[in-house]
Design a protein around this ligand. Structure first.
Ligand code: AMP
Ligand code: ZN
Length: 664
């Protein structure tokens, strides 16, 4: 086989596997085998640049940086949709489309209304050519580089479908992926994203397509634009698009009457709660492409289609109290305690009210009956007050003026929605929160100290900031509750080991407001030393890629505070890393978020050496297999039961030398 044939064969195979996995939801090979094939293809392409192809599966990992997205005019205008909210609205619409066509009966296609960001894909000669956002309907942004990283979108399609056409769909972020992204953000000390829709649409405009590739986005298709009337119905053309490789949801249905449409609505109004992604309604379309043409458009919407909007699930309940949470950076978050109530399948006791402005806007008062809604958000939110049910003489709610913890007067800077407790070094919740953050796994990862230990040390006046940790003596710890010689020694050993933790993690650990793990990594890479960072001006910081004004300002403010400088000096003295170690390759983040199980006897490494290599590179070891395990490193004499279990759970089983390859 020639190199070119080999390359083409690998591309074909990988495309097929992507389709099986991301479109059909039916994996045909393991991720590990997939990675091996992809690496092989990448290698062949690198060695034979004459066979480069922009639609190769290797191009899906991204890496293109787009500073300004090019404007592109749509070949065919992208319209919005007219809305309807009742049976009557739908009957009226049916009358209009029947009148426009002059027939007494039409058939329809019902689809779910996927809640994301619309995208227009253009194919030429069966290959993806461009992907453009809706924009104003006439002109959108060319986001092709980002869209290519979405693996359910075929870069090439079966030849028996149309060659040149536009196809439209919705870029969505399924709940599972959204929650996973948020778990990681919270663990990284970053604000969670509010809802899947905004996150999906924000993802399209990220500058670095490699970042987009990491997001579990998906694309559901709902409309093929073509002059070709051979397919006759909308349903038929979608079905054929599905066969050609596109992800057209199986939930679409052909309906012969409006009554059948109503039945479909009734079913999905309930069943949508079981879908893996967000929907906000149903879209009903005249099925015949010929009649669609005859019915035409208004200046904004197609007249042959209509959306039916679901009512967001809402309940009313009593607002019992509003309490305040103090974050480690002093941010105050109000939380509403509600009379427990059932909503979309769960019992709701608390709701977010975001900030003081929100409370004022609703004129929220204790003992009010409030309306609570659950969208894609993590906790439900209060969307209104039932004023008819307000108790007589209820007093206007007074937002806290002082910290619920240390009673310091709260501050609020202009333009910031949140109040803060400024007593950074005297407010117990903040002090403890800061130390807990410092020792956490993603920061200094100090063995032997947990969140409760921090409280214990604080309550016994042994630590009042993270630098104090390094002055601890075994003898001081032993007498404390639940402590003994062994645990005390572990703490000291853990602290000692943390002196090797790389600069970026130390930078994250010292807890500068708005500097999460990702930002810390960026800053560490850019400035290389804490001194350079400390001397950076606001302007300079702002010019670093992906560092905005808010972060820049917060960094400057942090270093303007003498107490912080003194703490950092003490940490420098005990030997923490405040410079990037450029030639250290044994330590990396390449296994970040991966869980390993090491089992059996090995030739080159001892089990402990393997475990250390995993941890040094950001991975996690666990003793037993579970659905969360990513890799099982199998040595000699591993029990057969383990192998069977790993296979059943679909865990990648790798050898010592496979692991070495991963490592290097
Ligand atoms: P709206 O943004 O409320 O005007 O609704 C119109 C948008 O709904 C379109 O631009 C599409 O992005 C989106 N949409 C979601 N699902 C569908 C569907 N099945 N058919 C047509 N449009 C849809
Ligand atoms: Zn306070």
């Amino acid at each position: 086989m020639s190199v070119e044939q080999k390359i083409n064969q690998l591309r074909k195979e990988l495309n097929q596997h992507n389709h099986d996995y991301y479109v059909l939801d039916n994996a045909t090979i393991s991720d590990y085998e997939f990675d091996i094939k992809l690496t092989e293809l990448q290698k062949l392409e690198d060695e034979n640049p004459q066979f480069f192809n922009k639609n190769s599966p290797t191009q899906r990992v991204g890496g293109t940086i787009t500073k300004n997205f090019e404007n592109l005019t749509h070949l065919n205008r992208m319209y919005s949709l007219a809305n309807s909210y009742s049976k009557e609205d739908l009957f009226d619409w049916e009358k209009r489309v029947l009148k426009a066509t002059g027939v007494d009966k039409l058939t329809y296609t019902c689809e779910l209304k996927y809640d994301g960001a619309s995208i227009n894909l253009t194919y030429k000669n069966h290959k993806l050519h461009t992907a453009v956002t809706r924009g104003d309907g006439f002109i959108g942004d060319n986001v092709t580089a980002n869209i290519k990283t979405i693996k359910s979108i075929p870069l090439e399609i079966n030849k028996d479908f149309l060659g040149d056409f536009e196809i439209r769909g919705e870029i969505i972020l399924p709940f599972k992926g959204f929650h996973k992204m948020n778990e990681e953000r919270v663990a990284n000390g970053e604000e969670p994203y509010r809802n899947p829709r905004n996150t999906a649409s924000g993802s399209l405009k990220l500058q670095d397509s490699a970042e987009v590739a990491k997001r579990p986005l998906d694309c559901l298709l709902y409309h093929v634009v073509t002059e070709d009337l051979n397919y006759e119905t909308h349903f038929n053309i979608l079905k054929n698009a599905r066969n050609a490789g596109f992800k057209v949801p199986n939930e679409i249905k052909e309906c012969n009457t409006i009554e059948e449409v109503l039945e479909y609505i009734k079913i999905w109004d309930v069943k949508r709660n079981e879908l893996p992604y967000e929907t906000d309604g149903i879209v009903i379309k005249v099925n015949s492409l010929h009649y669609q043409n005859e019915i035409g458009f208004t200046s904004k919407v197609p007249k042959w289609a209509i959306a039916y909007k679901f009512k967001a699930e809402q309940v009313s309940t009593k607002l019992n109290s509003i309490v305040y949470q103090v974050g480690r950076t002093g941010a105050i978050t109000p939380v509403a305690n509600l009379e427990p109530v059932e909503l979309a399948g769960t019992t709701v006791k608390r709701a977010s009210v975001h900030n003081a402005d929100q409370i004022e806007l609703f004129d929220l008062r204790i003992n009010d009956t409030v309306f609570v809604e659950k969208g894609g958000e993590i906790i439900p939110k209060i969307v209104g007050v039932d004023l008819d049910n307000r108790p007589a003489n209820s007093p206007i709610f007074q937002y806290a003026t002082h910290c619920p913890d240390c009673n310091t007067k709260l501050v609020r800077t202009e333009g910031d929605a949140k109040h803060y407790c400024p007593n950074e070094f005297g407010c117990k919740t903040q002090i403890i929160g800061k130390i807990q953050h410092f020792i956490s796994r993603k920061a200094m990862n100090i063995d032997g100290i947990g969140a409760e230990t921090v409280e214990l040390l604080f309550d016994n006046n042994l630590v009042a900031n993270y630098a104090d940790l390094y002055d601890l003596q075994v003898e001081q710890i032993i007498p404390l509750e639940r402590m003994a010689e062994k645990s005390a020694k572990n703490i000291i050993l853990g602290l000692e080991a943390s002196k090797n933790v790389p600069f970026e993690k130390v930078l994250f650990g010292i807890g500068i407001r708005f500097v999460g793990a990702t930002v810390a990594k960026k800053l560490a890479k850019h400035y290389k030393t804490i001194d350079a960072l400390q001397n950076a001006s606001f302007e300079d910081l702002k010019n670093v890629d992906e560092i905005g004004e808010r972060i820049a300002e917060s960094v400057v403010e942090f270093f303007n505070n003498l107490s912080n400088i003194m703490l950092i000096d003490r940490l420098k003295q005990v030997g923490l890393q405040f410079e990037i170690n450029e030639n250290d390759t044994s330590i990396s983040n390449k296994f970040e978020d991966l869980k390993f199980v090491v089992s059996g006897v090995f030739e080159k490494f001892s089990r402990n050496e393997l475990k250390k290599a995993i941890e040094d590179n950001g991975g996690k070891n666990s003793g037993s297999l579970s659905s969360k395990t990513d890799y099982l490193i199998a040595g000699d004499k591993m029990g057969p039961a383990k192998k069977i279990k790993a296979e059943k759970l679909g865990i990648k089983i790798i050898s010592e030398s496979d692991f070495e390859k991963l490592l290097n």
